[in-house]
Design a protein around this ligand. Structure first.
Ligand SMILES: [Zn+2]
Length: 55
């Protein structure tokens, strides 16, 4: 199944066992996207959580 990238409208292949809230990366533009729905497949921009690598 495929979802459409909101950034570049490319078709993003989703794994058959994909789950909602899973993060996928658009193979075309590299945008990080979150699966928001599976039926029909849909993705939206992944939430930019604060990257808290340091500390
Ligand atoms: Zn894209």
């Amino acid at each position: 199944m495929f979802a459409e990238c909101p950034e570049c409208a490319a078709e993003i292949p989703l794994a058959v066992d994909a789950i909602v809230h899973e993060i996928v990366v658009c193979p075309d533009c590299g945008t990080e996207l979150e699966i928001i729905n599976l039926d029909p497949p849909a993705v939206d921009y992944a939430p930019r959580e604060e990257e808290d690598w340091g500390e």
